[in-house]
Design a protein around this ligand. Structure first.
Ligand SMILES: [Zn+2]
Length: 180
């Protein structure tokens, strides 16, 4: 009898654990799909060390292809290319703050373009020798997701043009000041 009670208690404990873990995880809407992404945080800036296999479970197919396999979305197709909302752009993979909307400028290149990041460590840079040329690749400083490339032909004094994939970004509008 006692053994049965113990067994029942063990079963209850084991089956309730995943539920607890589940509720502790954030369910994020990433590009229109609700996915459980336990690595996503807009406040935690600690650097993540997550394997490709783990990312594949929590990112939708298109975001995974760009963020982890360095794909580039087609020019003029991204949701933020022709977009001028006021707010903040976060990494769609991990929630790291990347750009303010006042650093975005109209570019004819076909991808959303910015002249500076929110923090110097918002992103990291890597040499990219693909396509038979040397470019500066821009990756998320927190989760190492591929974001796009950096060019030196921007319209501002620093000449910087962060040429980003829309899918790698998640725009959050500034809260409107409520009138009393
Ligand atoms: Zn990230």
């Amino acid at each position: 009898m006692k053994l049965n009670i113990l067994k029942t208690a063990a079963v209850v404990l084991i089956t309730s654990l995943p539920i607890q873990n589940f509720s502790a995880q954030k369910i994020q809407e990433v590009n229109g799909r609700k996915l459980i992404n336990p690595f996503y945080s807009r406040t935690d800036t600690s650097i993540l060390h997550v394997t490709d296999a783990q990312w594949k479970k929590v990112l939708n197919k298109n975001l995974y292809a760009v963020a982890r396999k360095n794909n580039t979305e087609m020019a003029y197709t991204g949701k933020y290319n022709d977009f001028d909302g006021i707010g903040t752009y976060y990494c769609a993979v991990c929630g790291n703050a990347l750009f303010k909307s006042d650093a975005k400028f109209s570019s004819t290149c076909g991808w959303p373009s910015f002249f500076e990041t929110i923090r110097p460590k918002s992103v990291v840079y890597k040499k990219d020798y693909s396509l038979g040329m040397l470019r500066t690749e821009v990756r998320c400083g927190r989760c190492d997701a591929h974001l796009g490339h950096l060019f030196d032909d921007g319209p501002t004094a620093n000449k910087k043009r962060y040429c980003m994939n829309s899918i790698s970004l998640e725009f959050v509008p500034d809260k409107k000041i409520e009138k009393k």
